[in-house]
Design a protein around this ligand. Structure first.
Ligand code: ME8
Length: 525
C-alpha cells in the first residue's frame, strides 16, 4: 500500500439503458480533473467509475432490445467504458454491478445491516417510478395528461404492492442531521445542503429495500424471493471497489475509505446524502467525506432528450472541436454547481478567445521568439527588474490558489485564476516588447523571454489536469522531462536551465473555423 495520502473519488455508476451523452461525460470529466490534479499533487489517487446494471429499468430495456439482461449489460456497459478513451479519462477502476465482487459486497452489507437489527420484513404499498428507480409519496405526485401519476422529476409512476424488506431509515433522522451539522462540508454546494437538511427535517420514513416482482438484481441473503432495491445495490459499489467486506488494516479499504468525494448530478443527491450515509452508519462504517451535486446541462436552451433528437454524444463534440477544447469548455463555461446551457456559439467563443487568442497566442509568441532570437535554446536571464519579479511571483503563487479552488470543486474559479496570469503574461509581453529589444538590448530580451518561458512552464504544468494533451505538448516544447511535471516541480528550484535546446515550436490551440465543423445539422441546428 502506498505511503502517500489517499484521495478516493467516484463518479455515479451510470445506468446502461442509455447511451453516454455530455451529461455523463461532464460528471466523469469533473472527477478526472480532480483525480489528475491530486496525482500531480502527490496523492495516492483512486478514481472509480462504472455502470449500474441491475433493476427494473435495465431489465425492461433488455427485453425491449430482445436480449437477456446479462448480454444486454455486457454490450451496453462497453459504451460507457469507451468514454474513457474518447474523453481521455484516467479512471483507475471501472466497476460493473453484475461482477461477483460486487454481489459479494452487497450481500455482506445486507447481512451486517440485518445483524445490526436495521432491516425488517413488511409489505410495501405505494408509488414507484421505474425511470428514477425511486419510491414516491402520493402527496409528491401530479396527474399527467393521460391520467397517469407523475413524479416531480417527470417520471411516470406505477402502484406497487408487494412484500418487502425495509431499512429503518426513520431512526437515522437525528444522526443524519447531526452529521450535516458537524461536517458542514459534507454536502456541497451550500444551496443543495440546505435542500437536503429541510428534506430530512421534514421527516423520514423507513425505506423499502427489496423487490419481489422481478429478479434482475442481487438476491437477498437467505430469501431468494427478493432481490435488493437497486439503489442499495448501486451505492454499495463505492465500497466494493475498495474490497469490502475485507476491511483489515493494510487493505485497500483501510487505505481509501472513507471516500474523499462522491461527485453526482443534482438529481441523485438525496440517495447519496441521505440514504447512503444512513446505510453506512447503520453498518458501523464511516460515511464519505463529501458529496458534491453539480447542475444540469441543457442544449441550446432545451432539455436533452431522445424524443427531441438533441442528445449530444461526447464523441461528436470531440471530433468537431477537439478533446482538450471540449474538456476546457465544459468546465469553464458554467460555474460548477449551476445548470448550464450548451451552445455552439459559446464553445466556439471559448476556443477562439480563451484558448487560441489568450493561452495559445502567449505560448506561440514566446516560443517562436525564443526559436528565432535565442538559437532555439532556453535563454539565460540577467538581473531581474520589478516587472519580472511581479510576474514570477504571480506565477509562483498560482498553485496555492488553484488548489484551494479544486478542493471546493470550483473549476471555473481555478480556470479564471490561471487565465488572470495568462492575461498578466500577455500584458507583460506587450509592455516589454521583446521584439524591439532583440535589436536594442539582446541581454534584456533574453531575460524577458526567460521569465516568459518560466511562466509558460508553470501554466502548462497547472493546466495538465484540464487539458492533458495540449499541456504535454507545451511541456515538450519547453523540453520539460515527463518526470519534471509534478506540482513539486513548480517554483524556482526546478526552473528551466538556460542553454537547453528546444524543439521547433508548433501551435497547440488552433482557431475554430466554422466550415471545419463536421456537424452542420442536428442539435445545434
Ligand atoms: O442515476 N447534465 O444513473 P444515470 C448533467 N445509476 N449531468 C447529467 C445529465 C445532464 N443533462 N444527465 C445525466 C443514475 N447526468 C444511477 C446512479 S450511483 C450509485 C447510481 C449525469 O445513468 C449526472 O451525474 O441516470 C447524473 O447524476 C447522472 O448522469 C445520472 O446517471
Amino acid at each position: 500500500m502506498s505511503d502517500r495520502p489517499s484521495y478516493y473519488i467516484t463518479t455515479p455508476i451510470y445506468y446502461v439503458n442509455d447511451v453516454p451523452h455530455i451529461g455523463h461525460a461532464y460528471t466523469t470529466l469533473a472527477c478526472d480533473v480532480i483525480a489528475r490534479f491530486k496525482r500531480l499533487d502527490g496523492f495516492a489517487v483512486k478514481f472509480l467509475s462504472g455502470t449500474d446494471e441491475h433493476g427494473q429499468k435495465v431489465e425492461k430495456s433488455a427485453h425491449l432490445a430482445g436480449v437477456d439482461p446479462q448480454s444486454f449489460t455486457d454490450r451496453v456497459s462497453e459504451n460507457f467504458r469507451a468514454l474513457t478513451g474518447i474523453m481521455n479519462f484516467s479512471t483507475d477502476d471501472f466497476i460493473r454491478t453484475t461482477e461477483p465482487r460486487h454481489i459479494a459486497a452487497c450481500q455482506a452489507l445486507w447481512q451486517r445491516l440485518m445483524d445490526n437489527g436495521q432491516i425488517y420484513l413488511g409489505s410495501y404499498a405505494g408509488w414507484y417510478a421505474v425511470r428514477d428507480e425511486a419510491f414516491y409519496g402520493g402527496d409528491e405526485l401530479t396527474e399527467g395528461p393521460d391520467g397517469k401519476k407523475v413524479a416531480p422529476s417527470g417520471a411516470e409512476c406505477e402502484w406497487v404492492h408487494e412484500p418487502s424488506y425495509f431499512f429503518r431509515l426513520a431512526a437515522w433522522q437525528d444522526r443524519l442531521l447531526d452529521l450535516y451539522e458537524r461536517y458542514p462540508e459534507f454536502i456541497a454546494p451550500p444551496s443543495r445542503r440546505n435542500e437536503v437538511i429541510s428534506f430530512v427535517k421534514s421527516g423520514l420514513t423507513d425505506l423499502s429495500i427489496s423487490r419481489t416482482t422481478f429478479d434482475w438484481g442481487v438476491p437477498v441473503p437467505g430469501d431468494d424471493a427478493h432481490v435488493m432495491y437497486v439503489w442499495l445495490d448501486a451505492l454499495t459499489n463505492y465500497i466494493t471497489a475498495v474490497g469490502y467486506p475485507t476491511t483489515e488494516p493494510g487493505t485497500p479499504y483501510a487505505h481509501h475509505w472513507p471516500a474523499n468525494l462522491h461527485m453526482v448530478g443534482k438529481d441523485i443527491l438525496r440517495f447519496h446524502a441521505v440514504y447512503w450515509p444512513a446505510f453506512l452508519m447503520a453498518a458501523d462504517l464511516p460515511p464519505p467525506r463529501r458529496v458534491f451535486a453539480h447542475g444540469w446541462w441543457t442544449i441550446e436552451g432545451q432539455k436533452m432528450s431522445k424524443s427531441l433528437g438533441n442528445v449530444i454524444a461526447p464523441q461528436d463534440l470531440v471530433s468537431t472541436y477537439g478533446r482538450d477544447q471540449t474538456r476546457y469548455f465544459l468546465l469553464r463555461e458554467v460555474p460548477f454547481g449551476n445548470d448550464g446551457d450548451f451552445s455552439q456559439r459559446a464553445i466556439v467563443h471559448r476556443i477562439n478567445g480563451d484558448l487560441a487568442n489568450d493561452y495559445g497566442n502567449l505560448a506561440q509568441r514566446v516560443l517562436s521568439m525564443i526559436s528565432k532570437n535565442c538559437e532555439g535554446a532556453v535563454p539565460a536571464p540577467g538581473p531581474l527588474e520589478d516587472a519580472d519579479q511581479r510576474l514570477l511571483s504571480a506565477v509562483h503563487h498560482l498553485l496555492d490558489d488553484v488548489r484551494g479552488h479544486i478542493d471546493q470543486q470550483a473549476f471555473h474559479r481555478m480556470l479564471d485564476r490561471i487565465w488572470q496570469v495568462i492575461g498578466d503574461a500577455n500584458r507583460y509581453v506587450d509592455e516589454q516588447a521583446p521584439w524591439s529589444l532583440s535589436k536594442t538590448d539582446p541581454d534584456r530580451m533574453a531575460t524577458v523571454l526567460y521569465i516568459l518561458a518560466e511562466t509558460l512552464r508553470h501554466l502548462a504544468i497547472l493546466t495538465q489536469p484540464i487539458m492533458p494533451d495540449a499541456s504535454a505538448q507545451l511541456l515538450c516544447q519547453l523540453a520539460v522531462a515527463p518526470d519534471g511535471r509534478q506540482f513539486k516541480d513548480l517554483g524556482p528550484d526546478n526552473a528551466l536551465t538556460p542553454g537547453t535546446a528546444l524543439p521547433a515550436p508548433k501551435g497547440v490551440f488552433p482557431r475554430f473555423v466554422e466550415h471545419a465543423a463536421v456537424h452542420d445539422t442536428g442539435p445545434r441546428g
